[in-house]
Design a protein around this ligand. Structure first.
Ligand code: MG
Length: 227
């Protein structure tokens, strides 16, 4: 089953291929984890495309052997960039040509599972890639009038603002990210890049309603926590 995301204002869908995610891309978020070290290169990890869910769907912590695998489900609100064509070894000045559009997403994280993996020096796959860990809004096709590097990112939970940031605060901007990923991994049509979260991450509980907004209501994502 391939995952598809609706294109805003059209009766068309964007078929999702690989999902690249960037960690530690906002300094204020790095600081809330007790560090003051800016990464020298983008921190890249991946989620499977089965992690994608859309507006109105529900996020749930997986169970295994009859037990929830985590007690600490966290949100991270991030601008998502959608790649419109295969792109290998792209220079930064041409990176914009590869971008199809953008949206807002949540990099849902099992913080206790991630903490345990970090402590043991193991990969984060389970903590970041579980089913429903990548809610994404409809995608807006790029236009010359919208500056992707100056958009507000906001998350409200049960109508209370929990995160607020602006894409101008990214350590590596989206053109640097596209260039970097296209050189290391190669980018393909259908790929998504989660570009990192600003500060203010935290925990959610069953029944919480999350609303993420990009820019001046350019696009919104509404999802609910199932537990
Ligand atoms: Mg993240």
């Amino acid at each position: 089953m391939s995952k598809k995301i609706k294109i805003s204002g059209k009766n068309e869908y964007f078929k999702v291929n690989n999902i690249f995610c960037i960690g530690k891309n906002y300094f204020e978020h790095i600081k809330e984890f007790g560090s003051s070290e800016k990464p020298e290169k983008p921190v890249v990890f991946l989620k499977p495309n089965s992690a994608v869910i859309s507006n109105g769907e529900r996020i749930s912590v997986p169970e295994y052997n009859g037990r929830k695998i985590s007690e600490s489900l966290h949100y991270e609100t991030e601008m998502v960039v959608a790649i419109g064509k295969d792109a290998a070894c792209i220079k930064q000045e041409y990176a914009g040509d590869c971008i199809f559009g953008y949206g807002i997403g949540l990099d849902m994280t099992l913080r206790d599972v991630q903490g345990e993996a970090k402590k043991k020096g193991l990969p984060w796959g389970t903590a970041k890639g579980f089913h429903s860990s990548a809610p994404v809004s409809e995608l807006v096709t790029k236009s010359a009038t919208i500056d992707l590097m100056n958009l507000d990112i906001e998350l409200k939970i049960n109508n209370i603002r929990k995160q607020f940031g602006n894409t101008s605060a990214m350590i590596f901007n989206i053109y640097q990210l596209v260039s970097y990923i296209s050189n290391i991994f190669y980018l393909q049509k259908g790929d998504l890049i989660f570009t990192g979260t600003p500060e203010g991450v935290g925990e959610v509980r069953r029944g919480d309603r999350l609303e993420a907004v990009l820019g001046d209501n350019l696009v919104k994502l509404n999802v609910e926590i199932d537990g």
